[in-house]
Design a protein around this ligand. Structure first.
Ligand code: IPD
Ligand code: CA
Ligand code: CA
Length: 259
């Protein structure tokens, strides 16, 4: 029987991501270049991981388009097949030797994300989801926790490139610290979404993210039984524009909206 089309894409993504991840594991002499400011950094490894992924994925899926963080100009998202790539999520961690970064790849077909994959090469954890097919980590099904905010660890991101959001971020973090068990700021939004999907944290928020940060993770959270929305309850933007993200177990997200 012919392999299901999305399973085939998932297999292609896994082999590309694992090959590109070797660059991260073998990286040395990592030099940071700043982009929009001191907190927004890029390295030659971000570019090399991205180039490797584009080369491998275009070979396996001829005609595919790309919407990647380190591209000068992204392809349009309304093309038939588009890969959305964050080559290294958690570049600040990568630069400082904090081994908590990942590769995030989403596959969008006809305007909808259908496969999401996030790989942490340091722990060898590969998270993935196919729309309608559940979420897994290293082949085992994963689920969000069934706890509400009071019994949850809360992960958050500081929206570091947007100083205008800093006060709001920390006042929300303070509220969630009081309402929940404790806070974590681990430095890679895509992995934070996996942390929620795997039931390790009940809630995650960041007041501004780019599409490549959450394209794959939003599907993994949803397929793990969780909720992924914007901080004011509007569905997450799927057109490539930036937006805030709240993700969590249904109970924790409900508690968040009644804070
Ligand atoms: C960043 C990380 C960080 C988050 C930022 C993201 P990058 O991605 O996910 O945790 O706070 O908002 O931009 O720049 O390392 O790919
Ligand atoms: Ca990122
Ligand atoms: Ca990145």
């Amino acid at each position: 029987m012919k392999e299901n089309h999305l399973l085939q894409i998932r297999r292609i993504m896994e082999s590309a991501v694992r090959e590109a991840a070797e660059l991260i594991l073998q990286a040395h002499g990592i030099l940071a270049e700043t982009k929009t400011g001191k907190r927004d950094v890029v390295t030659e490894y971000d570019r090399r991981v991205q180039e490797t992924l584009i080369a491998l994925l275009s070979d396996a899926v001829p005609g595919a388009h790309f919407f990647c963080e380190e591209m000068d100009e992204q392809d349009r998202l309304d093309e038939k097949q588009v890969f959305i790539i964050d080559p290294i999520d958690g570049t600040m961690n990568f630069v400082h030797g904090l081994k908590h970064s990942c590769i995030s790849v989403a596959y969008m077909e006809e305007g909808e994300v259908r496969v999401g994959m996030i790989y942490n090469p340091y722990t060898d954890e590969l998270f993935s989801a196919i729309a309608g097919g559940g979420a897994e980590c290293n082949g085992k099904a994963i689920h969000v926790t069934d706890t509400g905010l009071a019994d949850s660890i809360v992960c958050f991101g500081t929206a570091p490139y947007q100083p205008a959001l800093t006060d709001r971020t920390f006042s929300l973090a303070r509220k969630l610290f009081d309402a929940g068990l404790d806070l974590r700021r681990e430095g890679a939004a895509a992995l934070d979404l996996c942390t929620v999907a795997a039931g390790r944290a009940g809630l995650f928020f960041e007041l501004q993210l780019s599409f490549w940060d959450y394209a794959a993770g939003q599907l993994i959270v949803k397929e793990a039984g969780g909720v992924c929305t914007s901080p004011d309850g509007v569905p997450l933007s799927q057109d490539g524009s930036k937006c805030g993200v709240v993700a969590g177990s249904p109970a924790a997200v409900k508690d968040y909206f009644s804070l």
